[in-house]
Design a protein around this ligand. Structure first.
Ligand code: MF3
Ligand code: CO
Ligand code: CO
Length: 290
């Protein structure tokens, strides 16, 4: 690309005033193939306008999660939470990205106890005292996506369930704290997984985080356990999710054949998950949805 041409990122600025230095830095980078270090593809680098749009989707998404939080209590069915969230997102001009995504029938994923993720809200699924519940919401606004989830404890829960929820949140926070520009994706994985393992838990590896922003699921796949210094180079403008699924027992999961969506632990023990959408900035990270 010529220095006076418009930059490939779509900013409308000249290349020399936009991503020229960035490209030079990547070009000079010594990728260690033995550590599986890879270059990020251009299509997952967001410009300032893209970022502003993902941020705006994130504001609605956070509001939807706040609404869900206010509705969690014993006796409530999960379809009613889903409906309220759908109406909220639509009232803000957004779209609940999960609805009809690859045939998913509802606007949110609500996953209780041994359900790892992708639980389908239902009038027949009633929250009860002692449950631990994940509500995972993604909002599309003007073609841009923000994706986050939180755990909730219904009434009083067992000490062991509460510990799982807290440790899982800390796994996510440590993963995010490890994310730095010009360092590697594996730093996030290692920080998440090491903390889970140190607490006696296992990490689900059949599913993971992902690039997000211009689409729902983009490169890279974000593993929640792994080795620091491995995988894709993290650069400013990348947006991804950190969403560890942490199990009380073994890591093994299966998809329930009753609906072909619900992911459960094989050993029926508890699983927890927290998710944020983060931006890699020049100096660290910015949370775009949580
Ligand atoms: N929000 C989930 C994620 O974190 C994806 C749910 S897809 C659905 O990536 F189809 F199950 F809704
Ligand atoms: Co999600
Ligand atoms: Co996600």
């Amino acid at each position: 690309m010529q220095r006076n041409e418009l930059c490939w990122c779509g900013s409308g600025k000249k290349y020399k005033k936009c991503h020229e230095e960035f490209d030079e830095r990547i070009k000079e980078f010594k990728f260690d193939v033995f550590k599986g270090q890879t270059r990020p593809p251009k299509k997952i680098i967001n410009n300032q306008e893209d970022i502003a749009r993902i941020r705006a989707a994130g504001v609605i998404n956070d509001g939807a999660l706040d609404l869900a939080a206010s509705l969690i209590k014993p006796g409530v069915d999960t379809a009613s939470i889903d409906k309220a969230v759908q109406e909220f997102i639509e009232s803000k001009g957004g779209y609940p990205s999960c609805l009809h995504y690859e045939g998913f029938p509802k606007s949110t994923c609500i996953s209780i106890n041994d359900v790892v993720c992708h639980g389908i809200p239902s009038q027949k699924t009633i929250l009860k005292e002692g449950d631990i519940v994940n509500v995972d919401i993604t909002t599309t606004l003007a073609g841009y996506y923000a994706d986050a989830s939180r755990m909730f404890m219904v009434g009083e829960v067992s000490a062991e369930a509460e510990r799982l929820v807290k440790v899982t949140k800390e796994c996510m926070e440590r993963g995010i704290a490890a994310a730095r520009p010009w360092h590697f994706l594996g730093d996030i994985s290692a920080a998440c997984g090491d903390y889970a393992h140190a607490n006696g838990y296992s990490v689900v590896t059949d599913l993971g985080g992902h690039g997000v922003g211009k689409d729902f699921h983009l490169e890279p796949f974000v593993s929640h356990e792994g080795q620091a210094g491995t995988g894709m180079l993290l650069v400013p403008g990348m947006v991804l999710t950190v969403e560890p699924m942490i199990n009380q027992g073994k890591k093994d999961v299966y998809i329930d054949s009753k609906d072909n969506w619900t992911v459960r632990t094989k050993d029926k023990k508890l699983s927890a998950q927290w998710e944020k959408t983060i931006l890699i900035t020049e100096t660290g990270t910015e949370v775009l949805s949580s």
